[in-house]
Design a protein around this ligand. Structure first.
Ligand code: HEM
Ligand SMILES: *[C@@H]1O[C@H](CO)[C@@H](O)[C@H](O)[C@H]1NC(C)=O
Ligand SMILES: *[C@@H]1O[C@H](CO)[C@@H](O)[C@H](O)[C@H]1NC(C)=O
Ligand SMILES: *[C@@H]1O[C@H](CO)[C@@H](O)[C@H](O)[C@H]1NC(C)=O
Ligand SMILES: *[C@@H]1O[C@H](CO)[C@@H](O)[C@H](O)[C@H]1NC(C)=O
Ligand SMILES: *[C@@H]1O[C@H](CO)[C@@H](O)[C@H](O)[C@H]1NC(C)=O
Length: 345
């Protein structure tokens, strides 16, 4: 009983800290405003309700995603990351899905694309929806719903509301993926700036980084921390020495950059608050993870988010916010027929 009151208070403090962002307060997150489509960049709850006859868009996405995640437990992380990469480059407009053409190198060809996948799952959902409700459901909404459903499979309930009505963009540039997506070596200042550019604040940065509670990376992105941090053959002093030793065993020299590493060593298949516990034990995998402890305010949020109930509530809030970054709605953009190519090509 008492624990729940404390959780509530702590969550409230975090939420009050975010009140500066109009339309994103949690109190407004479940009110009537959404039915009117206000806030969240013009997105609505159940936008497709009267647009696809008896077909439930949400159910179609959920059924396919759940079957894919049930068959492949690495798929949840992939679909979650896909949504993040979409939203951070030109907003959540499915630009991340466009295949390169003869003329353009699209986002997915850029360096940060590595290990991005899940495209086939999006294609499968799109094919089904085009058959059941043609030229209506955007790829950007499919990506947003798929990310939510992928994480939700573990809990068998919706972990956050997904507002819909996004349109798909017609532009995708590799160069923008490079400049907009934070690097694994980014420091706190850079991370805060890059999130700020997307209308996301310090709390969102710390909360959304908790996505690294699931999924994997590769030795290439951490070897510098293990062997040559300052360029003179030493390890990153902010990394727990025992954990550094464990990682050196997993990534022995000469480093095979492609070797897979779990980001949350205890439970990389489980969506939980262990990411923050690991951070506080100085076992965050990337410099960008460890960076969250280098700022006092950020470090205090990391501490609070060790509480799983608080983390889940806050993650839901920040995902709704991220899902509304620079979205195209109404007459903007288009509904692609194939998620990999813009219409008319
Ligand atoms: C704070 C800035 C962030 C940085 C610097 C960052 C960096 C990275 C890197 C370097 C990887 C490994 C990629 C690879 O091995 O090629 C990764 C994986 C991942 N990231 Fe992030 N990320 C950030 C924020 C986020 C956010 C906001 C989300 C989602 C809300 C997210 C979700 C994921 C997931 C789920 C994976 C695992 C993917 C898989 O297992 O396939 N990340 N991230
Ligand atoms: C691709 O480039 C060629 C030659 O520059 C141009 O004629 C064509 O219109 C371009 N196609 C698209 C889709 O931009
Ligand atoms: C991702 O980027 C790498 C390196 O820039 C490139 O070699 C690879 O083909 C890209 N992957 C996809 C799916 O485009
Ligand atoms: C953070 O990184 C940026 C870009 O690499 C750099 O310009 C800046 O000096 C760094 N800030 C701190 C506090 O180290
Ligand atoms: C270590 O880092 C320095 C500076 O970044 C670089 O010049 C050097 O080649 C690196 N050494 C190894 C063994 O990677
Ligand atoms: C990992 O599990 C061990 C043993 O259960 C526990 O002591 C440790 O705190 C956990 N670490 C993280 C980062 O969750």
């Amino acid at each position: 009983m008492r624990k729940h009151i404390i959780v509530f208070l702590v969550a409230s403090i975090l939420v009050v800290g975010c009140m500066g962002d109009p339309g994103h307060g949690r109190g407004r997150g479940h009110g009537h405003d959404h039915d009117k489509g206000r806030g969240h960049g013009g997105l609505k709850m159940h936008y497709y309700l009267n647009r696809c006859g008896s077909v439930s868009v949400e159910k179609t996405v959920k059924d396919i995603v759940w079957s894919k995640v049930a068959a492949d437990n690495t798929m949840a992380a992939k679909l979650l990351r896909l949504h993040y990469h979409d939203c951070f480059v030109r907003g959540c407009d499915a630009s991340v899905l466009l295949d390169p053409t003869q003329n353009t190198t699209t986002e997915k060809t850029a360096g940060p694309n590595r290990s991005i996948s899940g495209y086939e799952v999006i294609d499968e959902i799109k094919t089904k929806l085009e058959a059941d409700c043609p030229e209506t459901v955007s790829c950007a909404d499919i990506v947003a719903l798929a990310a939510r459903d992928a994480v939700s499979f573990q809990f068998q309930r919706e972990m956050w509301p997904v507002f819909t009505g996004r349109k798909d963009g017609r532009v995708s540039l590799a160069s923008e993926a490079v400049t907009n997506l934070p690097s694994a070596n980014a420091n706190f200042t850079t991370l805060l700036t890059q999130f700020g550019d997307k209308g996301l604040n310090l709390n969102d940065l710390v909360i959304l980084s908790g996505a690294h509670t699931i999924g994997v990376s590769r030795c290439a992105l951490v070897s510098r921390r293990l062997y040559n941090f300052t360029g003179v053959g030493d390890a990153d002093p902010s990394l727990d020495p025992e954990y550094a030793q464990t990682l050196r065993k997993l990534c022995p020299q000469p480093v095979n950059g492609g070797t897979i590493l779990e980001m949350d060593p205890n439970s990389s298949l489980t969506f939980d608050s262990d990411y923050y516990r690991a951070l506080n034990e100085h076992k965050g995998l990337f410099v960008s993870d460890a960076a969250l402890l280098t700022n006092q305010q950020s470090a205090s949020v990391v501490k609070v988010l060790e509480n799983q109930l608080v983390f889940f509530a806050q993650f839901a809030r920040s995902m709704v916010k991220m899902g509304a970054v620079e979205v195209l709605t109404g007459d903007q953009g288009e509904v692609r027929k194939s998620c990999r190519v813009v219409n008319g090509q």
